[in-house]
Design a binder for this molecule. Structure first.
Ligand SMILES: *[C@@H]1O[C@H](CO)[C@@H](O)[C@H](O)[C@H]1NC(C)=O
Ligand SMILES: *[C@@H]1O[C@H](CO)[C@@H](O)[C@H](O)[C@H]1NC(C)=O
Length: 346
């Protein structure tokens, strides 16, 4: 709500307007408000309808993960005091376990991407033990890798006396397809498939298949169509299935600083200004294209007085993709995701 207040304050003062201008101003404000509320009414799950959490919103939770090598891959995990469930998280293509955790003395090679880290912080704050594993290759594979990951999760749960707790999983993109398949090898209480439709056209689904939440970006209409299809398939088999739609939202001068640890307001505002000058965003601050298709890094190189720390390029890229809402990891829907997990713990 604070964000929206700030936005409204930025409207030009009316006292300088002549009468026709006053009328125009009022009409513009009215249209803006109507659009705002229509948008909220049509899609109550949209990111834009929810307050956007800041990177440091979880002061009560601290990253203190353990990193180890198992079966040739890295496993990074953290167990809060009195855990109530276990969450396995699977990254997308080109991702890895290190993306989910901030760099610290306990994980010097960790990256802490903005959405991944907030997802883990949400989980830890809600007393989920979190285990992340890197895929062997660029993306997940669906043969032996399923057995390896199943064994790693079981071995780890056993080692830390977590076997009796409910086990849930969240996978994004390639990780979502992987989790949908892993759910036939390992018993999950429920799963969340993010920006992924799942492998439901290639598996035999039984009534024991876990309740499945699809968190997706409808702008990706091909996936949206598959997901609608698969929700019907699951429901027809008596399996609980639901979806959360993630919509695009506008950038603001403070957005990047709000989401990325170590980025200050000055750099954030200058980047936003650059995006405006280069027309990467429209007049309302919405990304015109996916972040990956936007030549913002090239534009930045031309700006001698604006230097972005190299370690933050990936972080900015992720937030731009998120705002465009076509295909990206998202933590904005964490409330709905963890409600789903919590309402299906057994
Ligand atoms: C994974 O590693 C463990 C311990 O080193 C080993 O016992 C197990 O056979 C390995 N699993 C696979 C599928 O390679
Ligand atoms: C913001 O960060 C930039 C780059 O890291 C730095 O040069 C600048 O001094 C910082 N500004 C403030 C106000 O902290």
């Amino acid at each position: 709500m604070a964000k929206r207040g700030a936005k409204l304050k930025a409207w030009p003062g009316l006292q300088n307007c002549r009468v026709p201008v006053v009328v125009t101003c009022l009409v513009v404000i009215l249209v803006f408000l109507i659009l705002l509320f229509c948008n909220n009414g049509k899609s109550p799950d949209s990111s834009f309808g929810y307050p956007i959490k800041k990177w440091n919103s979880f002061e009560s939770v601290q990253f203190n993960p353990t990193t180890e090598l198992r079966n040739g891959t890295d496993v990074i995990w953290q167990i809060p005091s009195l855990p109530k469930a276990v969450l396995f998280v699977a990254h997308g293509c080109d991702g890895r376990a290190a993306n989910f955790w901030d760099r610290s003395s306990s994980c010097p090679n960790c990256i802490g991407l903005p959405e991944e880290r907030l997802l883990v912080l949400h989980a830890l704050a809600r007393k989920f033990a979190v285990i992340t594993i890197s895929s062997a290759g660029r993306c997940w594979t669906f043969g032996e890798e399923r057995l390896i990951v199943k064994n790693i999760i079981q071995w780890w749960a056993q080692t830390h006396n977590l076997e009796s707790l409910p086990l849930v999983a969240l996978g994004a993109s390639s990780g979502g397809y992987f989790v949908s398949a892993l759910a036939t090898n390992l018993r999950f209480s429920s799963i969340t498939l993010m920006i992924a439709a799942g492998k439901f056209d290639q598996m035999d689904i039984t009534v024991n298949y876990p309740p499945t939440l699809f968190v997706h970006m409808p702008k990706d209409s091909y996936r949206q169509q598959k997901i609608s299809e698969f929700i019907e398939v699951l429901k027809n088999k008596g399996i609980d299935a639901a979806e959360v739609e993630c919509m695009e939202f506008p950038l603001s001068p403070s957005f990047l600083a709000d989401r990325i640890p170590g980025m200050n307001q000055t750099v954030s505002a200058k980047l936003f200004e650059l995006f405006q000058v280069k027309s990467f965003v429209d007049g309302n601050g919405y990304m015109k294209k996916d972040g990956r298709a936007t030549r913002w890094k090239e534009a930045l190189r031309e700006r001698k007085n604006l230097v972005l720390d190299k370690s933050m390029v990936q972080h900015v890229q992720e937030e731009l993709n998120l705002a465009f809402a076509y295909h990206e990891m998202t933590s904005l829907q964490s409330e709905q995701i963890f409600k789903w997990f919590e309402s299906h713990l057994n």
